[in-house]
Design a protein around this ligand. Structure first.
Ligand SMILES: Nc1nc2c(c(=O)[nH]1)N[C@H]1C(S)=C(S)[C@@H](COP(=O)(O)OP(=O)(O)OC[C@H]3O[C@@H](n4cnc5c(=O)[nH]c(N)nc54)[C@H](O)[C@@H]3O)O[C@H]1N2
Ligand SMILES: Nc1nc2c(c(=O)[nH]1)N[C@H]1C(S)=C(S)[C@@H](COP(=O)(O)OP(=O)(O)OC[C@H]3O[C@@H](n4cnc5c(=O)[nH]c(N)nc54)[C@H](O)[C@@H]3O)O[C@H]1N2
Ligand SMILES: [Mo]
Length: 665
């Protein structure tokens, strides 16, 4: 039997799925040709393998209590009744003894579903007065920039890329991280479009590009400012558009003024001729679309860099035509929330998730005594892993991990709770690329004793006495409330029933400055938003120098691979994962392909194999994000080398500000 579902994992695409179920088990997952128009009948290899997330040996089948040492991963089973009463007792005790803020809920990218986060979990933690989590590990700087400049206007749809004459892929790797963008880009190129890729690495899309700017990580800001400056000084800026639709263009021009093309080429480490060619292509070709990804945000300059990239289509006058403008995240197209379920936020302290290790080990801040991790594999995905691990090892910390599989983080838990997957629970899925909303119903019964986030947090809210049973809607009723919060509940329901998917009010492929406009107060583009300028420590568009030192001269980047989604499905990636390095850097250190190396800085070290590759630029090494402890020789990953400093805007993660040295191990 084939049943309809949709992928709620952290990816722009949100594919429509056909799930084959035989004898109550999922046997196959495939993409559809109907519902979400971007799916086009195919899905990524990862989600095809998702049955292994359900039935693999790492699946958590029942609640478990720690019996071994923290980190050892030795547990004994207990009943849900025992587990929930233990969890609620520890929550209440912690609040009563140390105050609600001693409780830290920690969640992020496990699911983009509306029901699995910010519903009953938020209700429970708000009412306990728990610390709040600043969810900044991803998209915080891009979000701040997109909000400040455009009020998060909807972007160019994937399906409109074939209309472009120039496609610029900036800090994104769609071949891994949103595969449905690749064919439309290829279609544009077959129709004569030019393709420019700005990425330190030779990604698959960069290898197809007419121009690849392999810039030094963290220098996007100066490249974008130099393009802006050149457009202004050469008279190719669209001053008429700027006068009508933007504010403070003169201030942007002033801030870009120091960044001549030669100076930017020097700092970014690319040939001046390539930069000049980019300006010429961008000034001349229309429609031109910039696909801004997340690679450029993950460093000290990330917020300003994204702001400068987003300013490009305004300065060059690229809006107003199909296939012209920019694409970033479309998550704000859905004005929905679950406040009817979660109730109001409590004004408790906020802990930045990028500083989890510091929060768990601080001797000066109010301590965290109970950590509740769900929708996240925190130990493997947050910066300063050595410190996070030290925190998780604290004997006086009670850690609850609620997950589908026994992650490396779960190995440090005192109590592990089994979670359902999207194939076993209700949800509402929307991507942040495709402009489509889909409803998810279980296609199989929960595996073993797994339960949904919604039901477990509802139960805990009742057991801890912070809510009564009649206050909490059923999962189906919660979905209705979330749909209604859009103000278009009836329309969305009608579309979901008729088509199996719904579109936002702006439709699923709006033209920027025709169908959608900035959602700022005055509907204008704020090129130098006052709020962002105040937030950025040195002022918006101020370049902060490379953090490399004489003993850590190499830049370590940790982008996504096509094998996992962040660390989700990482249990299936067996075996060691090598560090990639350009042969010239290896030669300078006397290192050879396949050799065992130590990648180190003051924060930690990773022991792994070396792979030489011309895909990396000299000075840059790569160890992908989302690895599990079993993928390296000493159990540490790129996160152990990533500083817990934050970006200029949004207090985001600076994973790619990791500077390291590599030596024989
Ligand atoms: N298969 C797969 N898909 C995913 C994910 C995954 O882990 N795996 N993750 C999901 C999530 S959580 C997110 S946020 C999105 C991310 O989606 P993308 O933004 O496409 O993320 P990446 O694939 O990491 O690609 C980022 C690119 O930026 C490059 N880069 C690194 N530093 C810099 C820099 O300073 N400047 C520039 N210009 N480029 C730089 C990297 O080399 C990399 O090729 O993808 C989602 N989709
Ligand atoms: N070094 C380095 N690290 C990075 C990055 C980087 O660039 N470099 N990028 C980061 C980015 S972009 C992101 S978004 C973060 C993501 O980091 P995380 O938020 O930790 O996301 P995942 O690693 O995907 O882990 C999600 C976990 O949630 C579980 N899960 C899924 N659905 C459910 C559910 O319904 N209920 C419960 N209880 N659990 C569920 C999954 O099994 C999985 O173990 O990682 C960041 N980590
Ligand atoms: Mo992310």
């Amino acid at each position: 039997m084939k049943l309809a579902s949709a992928c709620p994992l952290d990816c722009p695409d949100a594919c429509s799925l056909d799930v084959t179920v035989e004898n109550g088990r999922v046997t196959k997952i495939d993409g559809t040709r109907d519902r979400n128009p971007v799916t086009e009948g195919y899905i990524c290899a990862k989600v095809r393998k998702f049955p292994e997330q359900l039935y693999g040996k790492e699946r958590v089948l029942e609640p478990m209590l720690r019996v071994g040492a923290k980190g050892e991963g030795v547990f004994e089973p207990l009943s849900w009744q025992q587990a929930l009463s233990l969890a609620s007792r520890r929550l209440v005790e912690t609040r009563d003894r140390s105050g609600g803020e001693a409780i830290l809920p920690f969640c992020y990218g496990g699911s983009n579903g509306y029901l699995s986060q910010d519903t009953t979990d938020a209700l429970l933690f708000h009412r306990l007065g728990a610390s709040r989590l600043a969810r900044t590990v991803c998209a915080a700087p891009t979000g701040r920039a997109a909000m400040g400049l455009y009020g998060k206007m909807e972007g160019v749809a994937i399906t409109d890329y074939p209309a472009a004459r120039l496609v610029v892929v900036w800090g994104a790797n769609p071949a891994a991280s949103g595969i449905h963008l690749v064919p439309p880009i290829q279609a544009a190129c077959e129709a004569g479009a030019k393709l420019v890729v700005v990425d330190p690495r030779a990604t698959p899309i960069a290898k197809q590009a007419h121009l690849h700017l392999a810039i030094r990580p963290g220098t996007d800001l100066v490249v974008a400012l130099a393009v802006i400056r050149e457009l202004f000084v050469s008279g190719r800026a669209d001053r008429e558009f700027l006068d009508r639709h933007a504010t403070r263009a003169d201030e942007l021009e002033r801030r870009a003024a120091p960044w001549t093309l030669p100076r930017a080429a020097e700092v970014a480490g690319v040939p001046l001729a390539d930069l000049t060619r980019f300006v010429d292509l961008y000034a001349t070709l229309s429609p031109a679309v910039v696909r801004c990804g997340w690679g450029l945000e993950r460093n000290r300059n990330g917020g300003s860099a994204v702001a400068a990239v987003l300013a490009l289509p305004a300065v060059a006058g690229k809006f107003g035509v199909r296939g012209g403008g920019y694409t970033l995240s479309n998550s704000a197209a859905w004005k929905m929330n679950a406040q009817a379920i979660s109730g109001p936020d409590a004004p408790t302290r906020i802990i930045n998730m990028n500083r989890l290790g510091a929060a768990l080990t601080s001797t000066t801040q109010k301590p965290v005594n109970l950590l509740f991790v769900y929708n996240s594999n925190a130990l493997m995905t947050t910066p300063n892993q050595t410190l996070v691990r030290r925190g998780l090892e604290r004997e006086d910390l009670f850690t609850i991990v609620f997950d589908q599989v026994l992650t490396d983080t779960a190995r440090y838990a005192d109590l592990v709770l089994p979670a359902t997957t999207f194939l076993e629970h209700h949800d509402l899925a929307r991507g942040y690329g495709s402009l489509v909303l889909q409803q998810i119903a279980p296609v199989v019964a929960p595996v073993a004793q797994a339960r949904s986030n919604y039901s477990v947090f509802a139960d805990l809210a009742i057991r801890t006495g912070v809510a009564s049973a009649d206050e909490i809607p059923t999962e189906e009723a919660a979905i209705e409330l979330i749909l209604d919060s859009s103000g278009r509940g009836a329309d969305l329901r009608a579309e979901l029933t008729a088509n199996g998917f719904a579109r936002p009010a702006s439709g699923d492929h709006p033209v920027q400055f025709v169908d959608v406009f900035p959602k700022t107060d005055d509907r204008k583009i704020h090129l130098v938003p006052v709020a962002l300028d105040a937030e950025a420590r040195e002022g918006l568009y101020t370049y902060q120098e490379d953090p490399g030192t004489a003993h850590t001269p190499l830049t370590l980047i940790s982008p996504a691979t096509n094998r996992t989604i962040s660390s989700t499905l990482g249990q299936l990636r067996k075996g060691p994962v090598p560090l990639e390095m350009h042969p010239a850097d290896a030669a300078a250190r006397g290192l050879t392909d396949g050799q065992r190396v130590k990648v180190a800085n003051d924060l930690g070290e990773v022991l792994c194999r070396l792979r030489l590759s011309h895909d990396q630029r000299p000075g840059v090494v790569e160890l992908p994000k989302g690895l599990w402890a079993h993928n390296t020789d000493n159990g540490f990953t790129a996160c152990a080398l990533a500083p817990d400093s934050v970006t200029d805007l949004g207090d985001g993660a600076c994973f790619n500000d990791a500077r390291v040295e590599v030596s024989p191990a």
